[in-house]
Design a protein around this ligand. Sequence first.
Ligand code: EPZ
Length: 424
Amino acid sequence: MSILKIEGGKSLSGEIRVQGAKNSVLPILAATILQNGESVIRNCPDLTDVHAAIDILRHLGCEARFEKGTVWVNSRGMTSCDIPDELMRRMRSSVIFLGAILARCGRATISMPGGCELGPRPIDMHLEAMGRLGAEIRENSGDLICRAPALRGARIDFRIPSVGATENSMLAAAGAAGTTFITNAAREPEIRDLGEYLRALGVRVTGAGTSTVTVEGGEMRQYAEHTVIPDRIAAATYISAVTAAGGDICLSGVNAGDIAGVTGAFLKMGTELTFRGGELRCRRVKRPTPPGTVTTGPYPGFPTDAQPVLMAASTVAKGATAFVETIFQNRYRHVPELLRMGADISVDGRVAIVQGVERLHGAQVRATDLRGGAALIVAALAAEGTSEIGEIRHIDRGYENIASCLEQIGGRAERIERKDEQDG
Ligand code: EPZ
């Protein structure tokens, strides 16, 4: 089992270029099979989820390779329209390939994506949308067998904004005859980025990143290039780190508009944020004050993915913070691990109350999921003494080269491969 050993209690300094957005790369890699041609996707982070998506592309018969932050895909050789269980289970968001496979092949077989650490991850809205576009879907012993001999444009009204269902609908609609109207669409920046890539393919998309998206199916180009936007949750993670541990760091490659939903909370905590020429200077000189009540919600609300890292920073604030998690049922699994470090947090259903303490102390902890693991990193940087974080395979799903990234901002972090235990 690999662990991350962090010597905490030292203020941070340094600068880092924020990685490309994981949640943008994944749907864009799925979209590369829409056309019978080649795509060059730049600014891709080196993540296990990205490599899982590349393995799915290869399973489908495409050529795909990752080299120094760029993914090359040649989808001409696509021969398969199914994603087997072991590939579906490696990455929960594999369902994002469904719309693109249907658009390309007119049929698709995927295994039902399991739940994940965050609780049940239903895909009813994905399937309803595919049905609206003309797909027939039946379940057979855990597999979803989808047929769509002729996808046709439709009106899709989502009951709640869903990132994945919006993306799947856009990808299937790109292969449908006529125009598709998606209302109550999710508005996350990653959807705007997917729209940019689809336009590079020649798909007529308007409104991606707003609550109403239109997609017109039609001929696509056989070559497209795209540079992925910066990862706003990785940026929020580093801002949480300097808020918790103190110091003065500089983040480059941050898109100011995309992190607008989180900056308010950090400013309330007393962290100074200064944007200058595409760089964000983050400075915290004295103990943070609480950000008040933080309620997660669909973009442009406070992102659920930043709740764990902000919570870690709030554990050392001078006062209490209330969190209300409205998106996922089980997104406080990092709390027991933070308690082991001396945090004072009580959880009741969707609400978590954090009473700030003067200091956390280092401890042996385990990552429970991707952003919960990131929360432990933030806490360990602030804690007095040494922490060892296990199960960092969760962290590797969303943060590239995490130990060296932490070193770049002045953290003392070391990745240690332990042969004695298997990964849990
Ligand atoms: C995406 O997941 C992100 N993943 C998640 O990031 C992120 O937390 C989430 O959006 C919310 O912003 C990727 O983009 C790969 P949703 P997704 O559909 O698309 C319910 C991370 O840490 N729902 O927007 O799966 C669902 O249960 C990950 O990077 C249905 O009920 O999220 C949830 O309560 C974690 N039926 C809400 O909608 C459906 O068919 C929003 O989920 C689909 C979703």
